[in-house]
Design a protein around this ligand. Sequence first.
Ligand code: ADP
Ligand code: MG
Length: 220
Amino acid sequence: MTEEILKVEHLDKFYDDRQVLHDINFSLKKGEVLTLLGPSGSGKSTLLRTLNGLEDYKKGAIYFHGKKINPSPKEWQMLRQKIGMVFQSYDLFPNLKLLKQVRLDQYLNAYPRELSGGQKQRVAIVRALAMRPEVMLLDEITASLDPEMVRGIEEIVELLSKRDHMTMIIVTHQMNFASRIADEVLFLENGHILEDTPGKDFFDHPQTQRAKDFLDSMDY
Ligand code: ADP
Ligand code: MG
């Protein structure tokens, strides 16, 4: 039996009065790649940030190795060594508050300005891996890169999955990449999971019109 690393149960997330995640449920086994797809604003980043302890949640539970996470700053600080996260490069570097939250502010000036976007993302991936995490959360890590850089980063991520069997949750707008790497797809809209599909079925047989339209809009 394959070990379950992360499980999310009935998760609701609000920003002030506005609910942005509704009853999110899924589980992630060791070595699996879960891909989060959905239009902009559907809650993908919020979900990843919640799984990294960067957002609180009103209702529901997150389990790590079957143990319910007590959402205290101290516990999240410990868990962040096991749950690594890589952001869009333009998200990471200018956002001082976020860097402080993940205790990376001391690295702020550590990188020469000459680094390209692709190099920065390699550094970000390596830095996250240096903690030897059990899960990696990747939030559109190629989104701000030149097309030729995108392929190189995708190859690294595919190697992490196929060679190292790294367990990952990936948000991407690259549908070909997603269809190559996904063991399971969650399709979100307005904070709801509209589809939860194993393997490549989502790409071949989307169940909802919304998902069909989404894939069409992505030229897939
Ligand atoms: P996605 O990553 O799928 O584009 P987000 O998780 O960034 O979606 O956003 C989900 C919803 O939450 C959007 O309506 C967005 O405007 C809102 N949102 C995101 N971050 C914040 C925040 N810090 N404060 C208030 N609302 C937010
Ligand atoms: Mg996002």
